[in-house]
Design a protein around this ligand. Structure first.
Ligand SMILES: NC(=O)C1=CN([C@@H]2O[C@H](COP(=O)(O)OP(=O)(O)OC[C@H]3O[C@@H](n4cnc5c(N)ncnc54)[C@H](O)[C@@H]3O)[C@@H](O)[C@H]2O)C=CC1
Ligand SMILES: N[C@@H](CC=O)C(=O)O
Ligand code: NA
Length: 425
């Protein structure tokens, strides 16, 4: 059988594991794909720095490799350019693409799918969301007959690693981030992780597939974890909660809402026990009910597993003259701004401990039609701390409430504001 020729773009954390698995599992992969899978070249920025892969395969000329006689391009470089141009060239020339690049897919999936359609090539990217966890294929294929209403979970390993360490051992934020980079979880620029860009890209990809609507990273409301303090984590623990960076994609009537932000969740919630670089995603569909996907969301070998799965799928399609799924964006639902999304807030205030303070704060909530679910006051000195948890209300109303509360004479400081998820609203 004629081999399927593969060009690999990038050979870092993920790429080196792809090369290893291609070599170690060559016979099994050939049997599963229906043809041998032959790695014909590896493009990297500095070929002299890669001693652990066959030297004769290395090149710094990624464009030349893409233009060479290959059937499939596997991209594990990351970022937008030059990758976007390389992949468009590959797809237009009829070469199928497997990519782990969420940043690119969340920005340019429309034009990449269009290029794939022009030539009949395939575009697969299971590794781009939640690493090893099979998630995009179940959403796109297994649930194609159902109506998905919500996708919610932890989709960034680096931030989950940091938040888990802060919660479990009181570890320091920046040291834990360095450790996550050393372990190969973080992006080349880890601000993509801590500022929520990586999770927002993944949320955009999930929402696009789940709701048959093109959602880009710019459509996603995003907050990262850099403002989460040890005090927030202690406050959450006092209330039987923990803090996680969540990606939440919801169908609301004929629109969708997609957001990424830290949130307090009850310690009894299944997402609360997801530690380290693990990811977990809940999917709710009308007929299927609740489904949960869990596994390693980052790291070289887990991510390479997803890449190899896609590569076998692409190779099978080539061998049997089939095609993988195309973009499905027919529903074209409107994306709601965050202000219209109903959320719950946890607020911690430093207030003067005198009569009438609670009443003045409560009056602001009432004025904005935000219902208070619980209040706790601590302290008997000049300063007291007031913790308020609200019922669900439009995010815009909650923001205006917080702004007005911050201006009350009796309120010295709004210490923290965080959304609450995973509880009855
Ligand atoms: N590390 C992880 O846990 C995961 C990574 N991903 C994605 O996989 C991709 C790769 O990630 P890592 O392996 O962690 O990155 P990395 O930084 O370890 O490796 C990047 C590789 O790309 C090469 N490269 C950079 N610019 C190039 C250019 N212009 N031409 C040719 N080669 C170039 C570098 O030489 C290096 O070999 C990214 O899109 C990332 O978001 C996805 C899921 C998990
Ligand atoms: N940097 C990402 C890698 C996987 O997508 C993460 O931490 O999740
Ligand atoms: Na995945």
């Amino acid at each position: 059988m004629k081999p399927i020729k593969v060009a690999l773009l990038g050979c870092g954390t993920v790429g080196t594991q792809v090369v290893r698995l291609l070599d170690e599992q060559a016979d099994d992969l050939a049997a599963r794909a229906g043809a041998p899978i032959e790695l014909t070249g590896i493009a990297v920025r500095r070929p002299d720095r890669h001693r652990d892969v066959p030297k004769d395969l290395l090149t710094a000329d990624a464009a030349g490799l893409v233009a060479s006689d290959v059937d499939v391009v596997v991209e594990v470089i990351g970022g937008i350019e030059p990758v976007r141009t390389l992949l468009l060239d590959a797809l237009r020339a009829g070469k199928s693409v497997v990519s782990a690049n969420k940043a690119l897919l969340a920005e340019s999936s429309g034009e990449l799918f269009a290029a794939a359609d022009e030539s009949g090539a395939d575009l697969y990217f299971e590794a781009a969301v939640a690493g090893a966890i099979p998630l995009l294929r179940p959403l796109r294929e297994s649930l194609a007959g159902d109506r998905i209403t919500r996708v919610m979970g932890i989709v960034n390993g680096t931030t989950n690693y940091i938040l888990s360490a802060m919660d479990e051992t009181g570890a320091n934020y920046s040291e834990t981030l360095e450790e996550a980079s050393r372990l190969g979880y973080a992006e080349a620029d880890p601000t993509a992780d801590v500022d929520g860009y990586d999770a927002a890209s993944k949320a955009a990809i999930l929402a696009s597939i789940a709701f048959h609507t093109r959602v880009t990273a710019n459509d996603v409301y995003r907050e990262g974890i850099s403002a989460v303090t040890s005090a927030d984590i202690v406050a959450a623990r006092t209330l039987g909660r923990t803090i996680k960076l969540l990606a939440i994609c919801e169908r609301v009537g004929d629109s969708v809402a997609v957001r990424v932000h830290p949130a307090m969740i009850p310690r009894s919630h299944p997402l609360a026990s997801v530690g380290g670089a693990f990811n977990a995603v809940f999917v709710e569909a009308e007929a299927a009910g609740q489904l949960m996907f869990y596994g390693q969301g980052a790291g070289g070998a887990p991510t390479a597993s997803a890449v190899l799965g896609d590569l076998v799928a692409v190779a099978r399609n080539r061998v049997h003259s089939g095609r993988g799924p195309r973009e499905s964006a027919y529903a074209a639902l409107e994306v709601r701004p965050i202000g219209q999304v109903r959320t719950r807030y946890h607020l911690s205030l430093d207030v003067a401990d005198r009569a009438g303070v609670l009443a003045s704060v409560a009056a602001v909530f009432a004025e904005h039609d935000v219902s208070i679910a619980a209040v706790r006051q601590e302290g008997r000195t000049a300063d007291a701390s007031l913790v308020i948890v609200t019922h669900a209300a439009p995010d815009a109303a909650l923001k205006s409430t917080v702004d007005k509360v911050a201006g009350l004479p009796a309120v010295r400081e709004v210490v923290s504001v965080m959304r609450v998820e995973g509880e009855e609203s």
